[in-house]
Design a protein around this ligand. Structure first.
Ligand SMILES: Nc1ncnc2c1ncn2[C@@H]1O[C@H](COP(=O)(O)OP(=O)(O)OP(=O)(O)O)[C@@H](O)[C@H]1O
Length: 581
């Protein structure tokens, strides 16, 4: 598993190996210069002890200045390159996750919450970004720092080198322990923060409910509790941070003390020169940062591992409904004939089928209403047609072609689908209507709005078709939203139109007028009208009556009211309700 995670990391880095290599090379130069400067200082001190020359001092100062500036430039370059690679991988991963999510079927989103998916696409991807940029930089830096510095230090004096670096393993362990704690606390802080944001968001959305039930005091207390937890998490994090850095500094001073104690003796005994001693101090100092960084990197890797798994678990999900190499195009022009042959469907985990051995033929241009009691399978049938559900082969055909054999683009391009709760984007109403074709002309938008009986109401909005709807603009009534969504579907100009209770908030007369509009004209669409509004459904060419996943009656309204059966009892009930209103 650990091996495959490393492989994953290498896979993320592969497209950016050029930049990564340049960044690593820059780090090599930084470290090589970093080792050379203390050696220059050593030689300078030793030479100056013999004869003090200002020209030599200036020469040395200038050289160190140039080399330090060079080091600074290369260090900057390495950070820009390697952190840039991390950012690029973050961009790639977000793109990959989003594209993949778009391919998955709606059922995936009912079993995975939006909050969890957002957190994987943001926090987890960020962990991977941090791991990549930071880990590559710190690993390369540590390897080069130790690889180049240690041999030089050992060549000066083995005993002093080992003694001065004796506390460094301890530093590594302490940093690692602290950084694990730091990450846990950071995560806790993140959770507390998102709990608080969630409460604010829910309370703002449900503000009317809070007022109606007089729950202000309860909500205030709930907020205060979460705010207190956030405050505590912030303090704990600050405590760990403020302890760790003095501890690292203390350990580096300890190393300096050991050097001073043992080193001065070595100078007195003539084992090393003063220049060597100064160089050893500078070298030991140089290794503090890479050692501490390595500790942080180990923790970042452990955290990153979890995030890699969480991100990969999204992209590994294979869409159940997707094109195959054998998928074919639907020959144009599409007429819109629909045939069901022994169509059955059972939701995963359900014991009873939602559709049970249904067979019918809907002619091209026909308007068919589907009616029936709540939960009888009407929406399931509507979802099966554009393959929003994973149905078996040869059970549904459009123009004689098995829908499971067609490319999804062609199949869905032939069907316009309006659900009961259509989503409107927070943008101008015109853009909401021309969502499927943003280049549509104003007159086309107005034409479909007229067909959906919303045009005259739009003209009364403050900026007419330019009025922003949704959270940032005006709030539309349920019926206005439904008719706007219908206009959006009509603009697609697909030969098949499915209205899944899509006019439930529109009054019966308007719904009937809309349906009549749709079933008239030269270019008649095949309309499948799923509804509880029986007076509108009665105007359809044919009515399918569903009960418990089966079609139990079919016929025109006149035929069906004359038969005893479910339709007549639904119709009588409807008449009674109309009378009572
Ligand atoms: N995603 C799902 N997972 C499991 N069962 C489901 C799912 N969606 C619907 N069902 C079940 O399938 C059956 C048919 O549901 P469906 O939504 O098709 O009915 P409907 O006739 O459209 O109902 P309504 O008139 O209330 O819209 C119901 O028993 C319902 O509980």
């Amino acid at each position: 598993m650990a091996h495959s995670r490393l492989q994953k990391l290498a896979h993320y880095l592969r497209p950016h190996w050029g930049k990564s290599l340049q960044g690593i090379l820059a780090l090599l130069i930084v470290n090589a210069v970093g080792v050379y400067i203390p050696l220059l200082i050593r030689d300078g001190i030793d030479e100056l002890r013999e004869a003090l020359s200002f020209a030599q001092i200036w020469h040395l100062v200038l050289l160190i200045l140039i080399l330090s500036s060079l080091m600074w430039v290369f260090r900057m370059a390495s950070r820009i390159l390697l952190f840039g690679v991390g950012r690029q991988v973050e961009f790639d991963l977000k793109q990959k996750i989003f594209q993949h999510l778009l391919k998955l079927e709606p059922s995936y989103f009912s079993s995975n919450t939006a909050g969890d998916l957002i957190s994987r696409a943001t926090s987890d991807v960020e962990n991977i970004r941090r791991l990549l940029g930071f880990a590559v930089l710190s690993l390369a830096n540590t390897v080069f720092a130790y690889g180049l510095t240690l041999p030089v230090m050992l060549s000066i004096n083995i005993k002093l080198t080992l003694l001065s670096l004796a506390v460094y393993p301890l530093m590594l362990i302490i940093v690692q322990l602290f950084s694990t704690k730091l990450r846990t606390k950071q995560q806790l802080l993140q959770e507390e923060l998102s709990n608080l944001s969630e409460l604010i968001q829910e309370d703002m959305s449900g503000i009317s409910l809070i007022k109606i039930y007089a729950q202000e005091e309860n909500e205030r207390r709930a907020f205060s509790k979460l705010n207190q937890q956030l405050f505590k998490a912030n303090l704990e994090l600050a405590q760990i941070r403020n302890t760790l850095f003095p501890v690292i500094q203390g350990l580096s001073y300890l190393s300096l003390l050991i050097l001073l104690w043992v080193g001065t003796g070595a100078i007195a005994r003539g084992e090393i020169s003063i220049g060597d001693f100064v160089a050893l101090i500078l070298f030991a100092e140089r290794l503090v940062f890479p050692t501490a960084l390595l500790g942080f990197t180990i923790t970042a890797y452990q955290q990153g591992e979890v995030s890699i798994d969480r991100v990969e678990s999204i992209v590994m999900v294979k869409p159940k409904i997707q094109d195959t190499a054998e998928s074919i195009s639907l020959p144009k022009p599409v007429k819109g004939q629909i045939i069901a042959r022994h169509l059955s469907f059972t939701y995963p985990g359900a014991t009873k089928p939602a559709l049970n051995d249904i067979s019918f033929t809907i002619d091209a241009g026909e308007t068919v209403a589907i009616v029936g009691p709540i939960g009888c399978g009407k929406s399931t049938l509507a979802n099966a047609l554009p393959r929003l559900l994973d149905i078996d082969q040869r059970q549904l055909l459009i123009d004689g072609y098995d829908i499971t054999q067609l490319t999804l683009e062609d199949l869905r391009g032939a069907i316009a689908y309006v659900p009961q709760d259509s989503f409107l984007f927070s943008t101008i109403i015109k853009n909401n209507i021309r969502y499927s074709d943003p280049q549509s002309e104003q007159k086309e938008v107005e034409y479909v709005a007229q067909q959906a009986q919303i045009h005259s109401e739009i003209l009364n909005f403050p900026q007419q078709y330019e009025t922003i709807v949704g959270e940032r603009g005006i709030t539309l009534s349920g019926g206005q939203r439904q008719r706007t969504s219908l206009a959006r579907a009509l603009l697609v100009d697909a030969p098949v139109l499915i209205l899944d209770d899509a006019l439930s908030s529109v009054d019966n007369q308007t719904a009937t007028d809309i349906l009549k509009n749709l079933s008239q004209g030269v270019k008649r669409k095949t309309v499948i009208f799923i509804s509880h509004q029986l007076s509108a459904a009665a105007t359809a060419d044919r009515i399918f009556v569903m009960d418990e996943g089966e079609i139990v009656q079919t016929g025109t309204h006149t035929e069906l009211v004359q038969q005893s059966g479910l339709y007549r009892s639904l119709w009588n009930q409807h008449q009674l309700e109309e009378l009572l209103h």
